[in-house]
Design a protein around this ligand. Structure first.
Ligand SMILES: Nc1ncnc2c1ncn2[C@@H]1O[C@H](COP(=O)(O)OP(=O)(O)OP(=O)(O)O)[C@@H](O)[C@H]1O
Length: 260
């Protein structure tokens, strides 16, 4: 007998969002994220990607429709962690103290939090940098610390808002590979916002394309083969074909008539 599919981790059901005193940012936005899935959210500037992420995090409430994440309810093991475009580290604290922070805020004992932070820093290639201050780090290293601070929480859902947008291409590619390794080791679901078609192809299992405005999901695209993929997948014919299909979907979303 086939195994029934696991219930989704996160559901957007015809979600609308009007910012207070502002315009309608999202309308009839429907999307589901499965446990452990890596989903990229791709769309033109201003289409509402960050707004959708803030709704997923529970930082703002929908004006219409529903955002549901029963498995992430307070009190359940493993919640939501978020990584922004800026690493947002505490400049006065060591790398280790930055990564320990979410565990200490939850009351985990100092020694336990330190051990978890050290293990997570080693996983992102920063063993030996525990005592450094953020000002001593490159942009890529600072982002690794931010990712370690998110993954150390053992989240079931990791929300990422263009985390690699400010990095040079080589650093970006290295961080992408490390994120994929961290995702596969942790088993968390990732909702990853990006403008970058190639990044969406390399990282994700599925891409949701957003149109504007107001923003909504206009296309969904599965990226085959499923992970883990060969190290040179980004240069493969399959990746190029996915990138062409996504670029066409983005262009169609941009060209769609805008409501008055
Ligand atoms: N707090 C706010 N108050 C009023 N309007 C807002 C607020 N935040 C976002 N908006 C508006 O909502 C729309 C969607 O913004 P959002 O930042 O979600 O888009 P985005 O797709 O993430 O953009 P970008 O790719 O440029 O970061 C935009 O028109 C923006 O100006």
């Amino acid at each position: 007998m086939p195994t029934p599919a696991a219930p989704p981790l996160l559901v957007f059901d015809r979600v609308g969002l009007r910012h207070p005193g502002g315009r309608q940012a999202l309308q009839d936005c429907s999307l589901q994220l499965a446990p452990g899935e890596f989903l990229a959210l791709l769309g033109p500037s201003g289409c509402g990607k960050s707004t959708l992420l803030r709704l997923a995090a529970g930082l703002i409430a929908a004006s219409s429709g529903h955002v549901q994440s029963p498995a992430l309810a307070p009190g359940r093991e493993g919640g939501t962690a978020m990584v922004f475009q800026s690493p947002a580290l505490m400049p006065w604290a060591s790398v280790e103290a930055n990564v320990m922070l979410p565990l200490r805020l939850r009351g985990r004992p100092q020694a336990e939090a330190r051990a978890a932070a050290r293990a997570q820093l080693a996983q992102v290639g920063l063993a030996g940098w525990e005592a450094a201050r953020p000002a001593e780090l490159s942009g890529g290293m600072a982002m690794r610390v931010a990712i370690a601070r998110a993954l150390v929480q053992r989240p079931r859902l990791l929300l990422m808002d263009e985390p690699f947008a400010a990095l040079d291409e080589l650093s970006r590619q290295a961080l992408q590979a490390e994120l994929l390794a961290g995702w596969q080791a942790s088993g968390c679901a990732v909702l990853f916002v990006t403008h970058n078609v190639a990044e969406a192809v390399v990282l994700s299992q599925r891409v949701a394309v957003m149109g504007r405005s107001p923003g909504c999901i206009v296309a969904e695209h599965r990226i085959d083969p499923p992970p883990p993929r060969a190290a040179d997948f980004r240069h493969s014919d399959a990746a190029a074909a996915h990138a062409r299909a996504l670029s066409a979907a983005l262009a169609a979303a941009q060209a769609a008539p805008q409501p008055a």
